[in-house]
Design a protein around this ligand. Sequence first.
Ligand SMILES: Nc1ncnc2c1ncn2[C@@H]1O[C@H](COP(=O)(O)OP(=O)(O)OP(=O)(O)O)[C@@H](O)[C@H]1O
Ligand SMILES: N[C@@H](CCO)C(=O)O
Length: 308
Amino acid sequence: MKKVTAFAPATIANFNVGFDFLGVALQGIGDEVTMSFNGTDSNTILSIENGADLPMEAAKNCCSVVVRCMQEELQDFKGVDIHIKKGFASGSGLGSSSASSAAAAFAYNDIMGEPFTKNQLVYFAAQGEKAACGSPHVDNVAPSIIGGMVMQKASDPADFISLPILPDLYAVLLYPQIMVKTSDSRSILKETMAVRTASEQIGYMGSFVSSLYLQDVALFKAAMQDVVIEPMRSMLIPKFAEMKAAVLDQGALAFGISGSGPSVFTVVQGKEMTEKIQHCHETIYNTTDLDYKVYISPINANSGAIIL
Ligand SMILES: Nc1ncnc2c1ncn2[C@@H]1O[C@H](COP(=O)(O)OP(=O)(O)OP(=O)(O)O)[C@@H](O)[C@H]1O
Ligand SMILES: N[C@@H](CCO)C(=O)O
């Protein structure tokens, strides 16, 4: 019986400048989804390793939701048994439901003989995101499937641009072990903003994209600002302002909220900087009674979903 396992990485969505349309894949952190045909026309979640609190019902788990959407599109309902191995916590801000959704889309596409393109897989994986938090945003699933730094160019039909990346970039992530559900973190966002603020943020986004094509590190650093979302969400994250000031003082290129939080990310150039930043985060969080985890990952193009 054919069995397929796919790995899809964790991601940093928004990346300060691109709320809901920009994201970056991480390396070595992610979910594995294994599936095999079960001879029926329904899909079953058989086990979830490291995710005891996640739904086993096919209608609620984002892996089976994604598979069902793909079956409907194909009008071919070959059911699968699904095993999920979670590599990091749900509600962390690192795209947990998205890594599962992306791995499920990748695995089902493989077991069915690759009927879909990567762009189509992003669309199906986004239906898993919709099941998880009510919104089919693609800024986690697109980089998780495609790899590297991915910007959404159009939504209907979905299309993406893989952006160039500056050399030798690393992300240092601090995950304070508090639960911030994406749906809650979205519900606090105001629906409207001042034209002046919109204009400022568009300027940062334009400068950011220019910095990548020009390979201009100073411009990248100046551009990595979030004047729209950070002011509304940063109060959900203990010690946010203190960490931001400390890592920028240490020479980091950028600091911000990973996706909907509570994880935060720092971008540095050069591996030697990562230890310094990790120490900086730990020094600040050791003054609290919160548990936390630190993840370090290169940011480069070779980081999308794969069949294991
Ligand atoms: N396979 C799955 N993996 C993770 N979460 C899942 C899965 N299937 C369903 N869910 C549900 O998705 C919701 C988690 O979504 P939420 O977007 O809040 O967190 P998240 O995906 O970890 O996002 P982020 O990491 O970006 O904060 C939970 O209600 C969880 O039960
Ligand atoms: N762009 C989404 C990502 C959620 O992981 C948000 O910020 O709500």
